[in-house]
Design a protein around this ligand. Sequence first.
Ligand SMILES: Nc1ncnc2c1ncn2[C@@H]1O[C@H](COP(=O)(O)OP(=O)(O)OP(=O)(O)O)[C@@H](O)[C@H]1O
Ligand SMILES: [Mg+2]
Length: 212
Amino acid sequence: MFQLDNLQHAYDGSIVLRVESWRAAQGEQWLMLGPSGSGKTTLLHILAGILRPGAGSAVVAGEDLATMPAAKLDRFRGANIGIVLQRLHLMDSLTVLDNLLLAQWLAGAAQDRARAREVLAGLDLADKAEAKPHQLSFGQAQRVAVARAVVNRPKLLLADEPTSNLDDARCTQVLELLQAQAAACGATLVIATHDQRVKSRIPNHHVLGAAA
Ligand SMILES: Nc1ncnc2c1ncn2[C@@H]1O[C@H](COP(=O)(O)OP(=O)(O)OP(=O)(O)O)[C@@H](O)[C@H]1O
Ligand SMILES: [Mg+2]
């Protein structure tokens, strides 16, 4: 599903990330582990096509993200990648349903209200479709962010620290939710985390070390 080779990334000339090789097959579930500052968010952004790799190759869904033209990259990201960031970035002026329809539009997909409502129902949010994000509890807003990430049936589902600041019960819930949603789309799942509680729950681990 993706294939990283000799990947490096630097900010302002200092290398913060090195990945010799990492291959993930379609449908596999992975944890990306490493201490704070080891480059987890940076690598997640590279996998999502938000950030270009500084050096090396990143092939996702058969496409080389280092060389793909920017306009095509936006479309590619919308159609293939679902991402749940630590800050949820929901559009507060739009309803929950419209946040999902916007994600479809940004992906260049046809508007599919039935799909959006189906995803919301699957995440126990059917009665929140017309609510605004600020009217939701944190857990509900987090589920909306997951709904938005999966509405286009991504091939790759990424989540950045989705369980930090959550109690044990909620941590398990969010993890199971991401795993179930990834499985439902047949997506490869990558969760970046330093949360030791989740280690035993996902079999494949990629550990980032000190970059230098
Ligand atoms: N936009 C940026 N400009 C300059 N340096 C940055 C930028 N973003 C991140 N860095 C640096 O790159 C390194 C890796 O950051 P990154 O956010 O990828 O780490 P992380 O593993 O996600 O950390 P955490 O667990 O704290 O979220 C850090 O040293 C950080 O200071
Ligand atoms: Mg991070």
